[in-house]
Structures are given as C-alpha cells and as structure tokens.
Write a protein that binds this ligand. Structure first.
Ligand code: BMA
Length: 386
C-alpha cells in the first residue's frame, strides 16, 4: 500500500490545486456526502466515488492490463503494471470491437468470455473499469466475413472509404436494421457484467471516441454535428431502455493544438447524456516531451473548465508515449502534464509487442514507472480500495 500519510497531505494540496485549476467551484468530499439522500443508480454511485477520489489523486489506468504484456499472455493474475510496481492499475480498460459481429474474440484477439471474467475480477478487487468500442464499419463489412487480425483499414472502424456511414445507420437509413443487431450484441455482452449474486458492475462507457479527428467512420468529416449527436443518442437510448443504469457515459474527443471551448463542445451530446469528458492525446515522437507538456496542459485547462461548468468528471482517457522511447517519460513528461488538474484518471493504451504504452519489467522505463507509482499525485488499486 502506498503511504497513506502522503494521501492525507495530498488531499489538502490537491484541494488547493483544484480550486486554482477550476475557479474554486469544486465540491469537497464532505459536501458531496451531504447531498440530499435518495436511491442512487449504480452509475450515480460510481460518479460520486470518482468525484471523491479525484480530490485525493489521479488514478492510473491501463488498457487490456490483465490480458497480455510484452513477455506473456493470458496468465492468471498477471499484469505488466503489477509486475513492475507490485500493484494493479486503479482503472482497467477493455475494448468491445468485434462484439457487434458476434465474434468470440475482440479485434485484438481478447476472448470476450475472458473480458467478462477480468471485469468482474477487477471490480471485486475494488478497481474501476472502462469500456471503449471500435466497431467495424457497418456499411463496408460483409456479414460473416470474420475478423482476420490487424488488417486496417478495410471494413474496420478505420475504414473511412464511405463518408455517409453514420447517416446510413440512423433510423430511416438503409443499414439501420443491421446496426440495431450490432447494438443488441453490445447489450447482450453488457448483460454478462454482473457478480454471482446478480449485481450489475459499474462501467465507464466510452463509445464514439476521438470524433474530432476523421480516422474513424464516426469522425468529424464523416458526419454532421446532428448526425453525430443522433448516433450517440441512438446508442444511449438503446442501452438505457435495456436497463443499463450502471453505465457512466464518457465523451472523449482528441487533444488538439489550440483547443478551445467552442471546439471542445462542438459535438458534445449534452449534459443529460454524458457524465464524464475526456481527451485522448499521445506523444508520438521520441523527443516531443516538451511539446506534449505544453499542448497537454493547455488542453487540460480547457477540459477542466468545461467539465466544472457542466458537472462532468474530467479525465485523460487515452495517453502514452509510443514504445516508451524516453525511459524517464513517466516523471519527466507525464507528471508535469497532469499536475494540478482535478482529473479522475489517465489511461495508457495497451502493451502490444509492436506498439506499447505501459511499463514492462523488460524495458528501461521500469524504474521510472516505480517513481511515478510512488508519486503523491497518482493512485493505484491499493490507494482506492474501500
Ligand atoms: C489502436 C491500436 C490497434 C488496436 C486498437 C484497439 O490504437 O492499438 O492495434 O487494435 O487500438 O485496441
């Protein structure tokens, strides 16, 4: 367990920083406890937990963490993060891409049955789970075609050859019925996310991400503002009608040069349908640390102000330095980028042998990741257990 004394000291520093970053509007943990009583949905309880935790620190998250690492795959209780620092990430991310096809494995070869098991296991050990979805392209994907590994972009989420996919799957569109089946398959998977006694597991649900870029078929140049919002609403309506009150909806466009409020909010689906707002932003160049810090801090400032105004939880929903080419990146670049912002979490993407973003005992950044782990700013599983 990380030093608890640090956490209480961090609490006061953290609150001071929050007040600076977000104009003094932040609730304290005590205030949120004294809100009017009443039955809360699972998603509302998750919101409250996340809102309290972000006053203590920023949770670290990792995509596909218990599934595979750089030197192993599908071993019980394994995790590159745990192997490096002795603790699991507070947040684990998984991706539903492929569920829409009725596939047994997702686009990165993760068996969905295993995903269900790991989600339940992480919830039961006290952790937080987030789900994204890279659905295939419903217009260019041929039914029964199956998934053949990392073959981008034909028929995948990255296939932007047809520029009217969103329009075609909305009500009235020629692919609407097909997409209804795809949404049903998502719904059926979500139904598996419950404990043995039937309790639904709280999930940060993050569909239609990075929509300010144009590399996914739901991206900016591929649909109008109205179509994007209708897409969001269609999935939101479907899963709400199906009874998923355990989903906390996260909207996450990309980090951008010169991001401002009007750009950030251009396609925002609305306060009724979103509880978290995040940014996806990576450092792709080995020596781009300074620019990453500068762009990151400007972006996070805009994000946190917007989040505060709309009662949204802010997060850095995807991040990382490709292949960890700077062995001190965790403390020399990532910490200075996030310091002082009241973020819920940051999540580094998966450790795939050809492209990795998390730590590994087999790589030179492992020591530095331990420093990042011991930083009073970061929270891992043992720090958030109730
Ligand atoms: C991308 C890459 C792909 C992967 C996808 C979904 O950013 O990591 O290899 O298939 O995410 O996880």
């Amino acid at each position: 367990m990380k030093h608890l004394s640090l956490i209480s000291c961090q609490l006061s520093i953290g609150i001071a920083l929050l007040l600076t970053a977000c104009g003094g509007q932040k609730k304290t943990a005590n205030e949120s406890e004294s809100e009017p009583e009443g039955p809360k949905t699972i998603a509302e309880q998750l919101y409250q937990r996340l809102d309290s935790l972000r006053q203590v620190g920023i949770m670290y998250g990792h995509q596909d963490d218990p599934m595979y690492g750089l030197t192993w795959e599908y071993e019980a209780d394994s995790s590159d993060v745990k192997n490096v620092c002795g603790d699991y990430p507070a947040v684990m991310g998984f991706d539903l891409g492929g569920i829409e096809m009725g596939d047994k494995k997702n686009l990165d070869s993760v068996p969905f049955s295993r995903m269900t098991e790991e989600i339940i296991a992480h919830y039961q050990r006290g952790g937080i789970v987030t789900l994204s979805w890279h659905p295939r392209n419903p217009v260019t994907t041929i039914d029964g075609g199956g998934w053949a590994g990392q073959k981008f972009p034909e028929g995948t989420a990255w296939d932007v050859s047809d520029s009217a996919v969103v329009k075609k799957i909305l009500p009235g569109g020629e692919y609407h019925e097909k997409f209804e089946l795809w949404m049903q398959r998502v719904s059926d998977f979500l139904a598996t996310l419950k404990t043995a006694d039937g309790q639904k597991i709280p999930i940060i649900f993050r569909p239609w991400h990075e929509n300010s870029g144009s590399w996914f078929w739901w991206g900016e140049k591929l649909c109008t503002v109205e179509e994007y919002k209708a897409l969001w609403n269609m999935l939101h309506d479907k899963l709400t009608t199906d009874g998923y009150d355990n989903l906390l909806w996260a909207y996450s466009p990309g980090m951008e040069e010169g991001l401002d409020v009007s750009r950030l909010s251009a396609r925002y689906p609305g306060d009724e349908r979103v509880q978290m707002i995040g940014l996806d932003g990576y450092q792709w160049e080995a020596n781009g640390g300074e620019q990453f810090i500068e762009r990151g801090r400007k972006n996070l400032q805009v994000l946190c102000q917007y989040a505060n105004k709309h009662n949204l939880l802010p997060a850095l929903t995807e991040t990382g330095l490709k292949n960890m080419t700077d062995p001190t990146w965790w403390t020399s670049t990532l910490l200075p980028t996030i310091k002082g912002f009241p973020l819920c979490y940051l999540l580094t993407w998966r450790n795939y042998r050809e492209e990795w973003f998390g730590p590994s005992t087999s790589k030179p950044d492992a020591d530095n990741f331990r420093d990042f782990y011991y930083s009073p700013i970061t929270l891992f599983l043992k720090d958030i257990k109730e």
